[in-house]
Write a protein that binds this ligand. Sequence first.
Ligand code: ZN
Length: 326
Amino acid sequence: MSAPSTESNGYERHPELWFADGTIILRAENTQYRVYRGILERYSPNLKAALENAPERKPVAVCPVFDLNDSVLDSTPFLLALFSPEFLPSKITQWNHLCQVRGCLRLAHKYQVNYFRRKTLSLLTLEYPLTLEARDEIDLFAGWRSEDHGVHKLYMLALAREVGALWLLPTILHDIYLILTELGFGELDQLSDFGHFSPTTIAADDAKAIVTNMGDHFHGAVQILSFLGSPAHIKGCTTPDCCPLLRFQNIGYAMTAIEIMRDRPLDVWSKTDWKRLNLCQTCLKTLKKNHQSARQDFWNKLPGRYGLPGWKELKEMAAAAGVDAK
Ligand SMILES: [Zn+2]
């Protein structure tokens, strides 16, 4: 990418969005883009109307000028998606993808560019899925997800509300406590400078729900780990002298796990933790089933804890938005 060049009027040309034969200049903050009016009008009825009713401005490079009332951080990915077919990723695998998807979705929603609204919502639904099975397939501890200490989730929370994508909220909200524990709850209403996202605010109801549900998370973590102690005896156990003792020996570890991971009860006992339990196959199978059942129970109740509709209704909302939600 070449460096942006500054015009005599103080605006910077965006190096990738300055087409020599472009027909309109769009401006966002101090950046200007020379793009094609016909393409904008074809995909966005809102922009078409806005362009038709825009006040006359002094032309730049013989093109009419239109001021977007949007940030550069949102405008650039939105316009890149419109004018560079391969710009959006097929899956979010880098922290930067979230910045691109967020900006594109905000403006696709605002300007009713339905194709990109559907596409970006589908990408976010892969990242914040509607089923526990789909969530369990994600490597939640991949490095890029903690690159900004997870602060992006606060922006995703505000984004989901802004564009009415309620089905994204439970999974975002589940993971959000850890960030707030580090960040402090006082930061909730002043999300401006974190992580190269344009400013946003968290809805007061969400902030309240996050705080009031902290106890439920702790209780959920305890419930999910209760498989270690109960039932005391498992029918069909082939080594009854060893299995209960092994489970008992791990209760201390479980208590530490609750202390560390109470912010994310669904992850309080990881796949690798099963290696700690050298139990007979019958016990192992039963405990895994009980553990997953407790997780599923917590998952099923997750939307309701935040005053959201149940998963079934959330899935219908996603489908109505054109998102293929498994
Ligand atoms: Zn056993």
